[in-house]
Ligand binder design. Structure first.
Ligand code: DGY
Length: 323
């Protein structure tokens, strides 16, 4: 029997590409370019499975193409706001993602952002590399202590809980959160976390606000002028979730006016474009969407896609079926 034809939209971990090439009739994206609408449509017309990443916009326009051959989108990433699920369903596609395997890695990165911005690590590194450091002195680059402070989580899914565990057990932080779909009482108790009835209740108490909600219509600009005003003066905002949750114009204004003390961002509203004013600010730590970017995690994510594909082509429902 011939192997299913699979098109991969970007370069993946080499070990995963080898497995894909072995088990399927696989077309790789050798030069790792970002595929155009036309290329994504051609992929849907010419393959049994298309494997997009979170940077490919698989929207209604892409999915509206005629004569789709593909039966499954095996997305490489946990977030799926880059895929129009309704349009995918209408086109008869199964869609899968890669939950769980990137939880710890992304939580580590959220803590990296939190620590870097509070302790002025990015600024300090630039200072040193620029040859500006004249030596230790008592008033030099004083940051903000993290240990014992209050961490407010917006969204309390897997990644948020992994951040909370690090913060509570490693940094003795007090954990508060808001989530319209809260986790099990036992998980909340393990973290000694306090549930807040609204995001505003979180903003009013948190020294650090960390975002862990999905992107898309429901959470678009959740963090805008009003939210910044509701935060404690001197609060820090951390975003390792999705860029469009924060209104970047309002963020720049809140940072400029000193309403908040700083921000640590791994994701951006118009990714990969970054609001220029943010890049000019010292109290902002900016990373290029590195949440899941470790060798181990990227391999695990890719292998999870392979697992989903194999189940699908064996006639089973894939473990990470989204629709
Ligand atoms: C995801 O998986 O959704 C991340 O944003 C990329 O790792």
């Amino acid at each position: 029997m011939s192997k299913p034809k699979v098109i991969v939209t970007r370069r993946w971990h080499a070990d995963v590409e080898a497995v894909l090439s072995d088990r399927f009739d696989t077309q790789l994206n050798e030069d790792d370019h970002s595929m155009s609408v036309q290329e994504l449509q051609d992929a849907l017309r010419n393959a049994d499975a298309v494997l997009p990443t979170v940077c490919d916009k698989v929207n209604a326009e892409v999915l509206g193409v005629e004569n789709i051959r593909a039966k499954i989108l095996g997305s490489n990433g946990v977030g799926f706001n880059h895929i129009d699920l309704e349009a995918a369903k209408a086109a008869g596609l199964t869609v899968t993602n890669t939950p769980e395997v990137l939880t710890d890695c992304t939580a580590d990165l959220a803590m990296t952002l939190l620590l870097c911005v509070a302790r002025r690590a990015g600024e300090g590194e630039r200072h040193l590399r620029n040859g500006e450091w004249s030596g230790w002195r008592p008033t030099h680059m004083m940051g903000t202590s993290v240990t014992g402070k209050t961490l407010g989580l917006i969204g309390m899914g897997r990644i948020a809980r992994a951040v909370a565990a690090r913060a509570a057990h490693g940094f003795n932080m007090k954990i508060i959160f808001h989530d319209p779909f809260p986790p099990r009482a036992a998980d909340i108790a393990d973290l000694n976390a306090t549930q807040c009835a609204s995001p505003e209740e979180v903003y009013a108490q948190a020294d650090f606000v960390s975002l862990h909600c999905p992107g898309g219509k429901e959470t678009y600009h959740l963090i805008s002028t009003e939210a910044f005003k509701a935060m404690k003066p001197g609060a820090f905002v951390i975003n390792s979730a999705r860029g469009d949750v924060i209104d970047e114009v309002a963020l720049v204004a809140a940072l400029d006016s000193g309403e908040i003390a700083g921000a640590g961002l791994d994701v951006f509203e118009k990714e990969p474009a970054v609001t220029p004013a943010l890049a000019a600010m010292e109290n902002v730590v900016l990373l290029p969407h590195l949440g899941s970017a470790t060798q181990e995690t990227r391999k695990a994510m890719g292998m999870r896609v392979v697992e989903n594909l194999e189940a699908f082509f064996a006639g089973e429902t894939p473990r990470d079926n989204l629709i």
